[in-house]
Design a protein around this ligand. Structure first.
Ligand SMILES: C/C(=C\CNc1ncnc2c1ncn2[C@@H]1O[C@H](COP(=O)(O)O)[C@@H](O)[C@H]1O)CO
Length: 219
């Protein structure tokens, strides 16, 4: 059993060194990055779809508002946000992940790193970020949304805005959180309220900028 799971102390030492090296490389890559926000969203968003167009706009407007834009560096909504930012002349960060199938960082990234460990990558997606824009997505997007919501709830990161783009997609989730989770007493109203649903890219970037200003001024 131990051999099958590769749990030897030697293997664990090598693993620890690889994890440490990955964090060190990530810290170095993003050291000195100006203010930034992170965009999460489906790897499967089709090019040209309304969700993709919203991603491009978020990237473009984010750059125009003075932000670097960080994504998971993949296709779909990540590519869209990197595309909008890069084509507008911005700092477009892609933090990719090594997967079983070959996958390259999208072509609109100009600051990049590919991670082996999801958890190291996830930390770097959060560490330099002053807000999170969540475009429609599946399991990966939901995982990232609830990770950042938990970090904000537990004050492990600043109370940065978390903005969900597309009421038609997210209202059902927010209703469930309100009618079931809040009702059961498993979250507070302030936890629910930290998830802001907006309908377009402009409102999303405004919410990030306003939330950032509020936090940085200590209000
Ligand atoms: C699943 C497919 C490709 C996977 N490629 C990914 N590349 C980079 N980042 C990814 C990838 N898949 C998930 N992520 C992360 O999760 C979010 C998207 O997940 P979802 O399940 O597609 O919503 C995204 O924000 C990434 O950080 C081929 O379809």
């Amino acid at each position: 059993m131990t051999a099958e799971l590769n749990l030897s102390p030697e293997r664990d030492s090598a693993r620890l060194a690889a994890i440490q090296a990955e964090f060190a490389e990530g810290f170095k890559l993003l050291h000195g990055l100006p203010k930034a926000f992170t965009v999460f969203g489906s790897a499967r968003t089709p090019e040209g779809s309304p969700h993709y167009k919203a991603g491009v706009e978020v990237g473009r407007l984010g750059h125009e508002a003075g932000y670097a834009v960080i994504t998971g560096g993949g296709p779909g909504a990540m590519e869209a946000a990197n595309r909008g930012c890069r084509l507008a002349g911005g700092k477009s960060v892609g933090l990719g992940i090594t997967l079983e199938w070959e996958q390259k960082i999208n072509q609109y990234v100009n600051i990049e790193m590919t991670f082996r460990y999801f958890f190291a990558r996830k930390m770097m997606l959060v560490k330099h970020s002053q807000g999170f824009v969540v475009l429609p997505g599946g399991l990966g997007t939901l995982d990232e949304l609830f990770e950042v919501a938990t970090l904000v709830q537990c004050m492990k990161t600043g109370a940065w805005p978390i903005v969900l783009v597309g009421g038609e997609y997210w209202d059902g989730l927010k209703d469930w959180l309100k009618n079931t989770v809040l009702e059961a007493g498993y979250i507070d109203l302030k936890d629910l309220n930290m998830l802001q649903v907006v309908d377009d890219a402009e409102a999303a970037v405004d919410a990030i900028a306003n939330g950032g200003r509020r936090i940085l001024s200590g209000v």
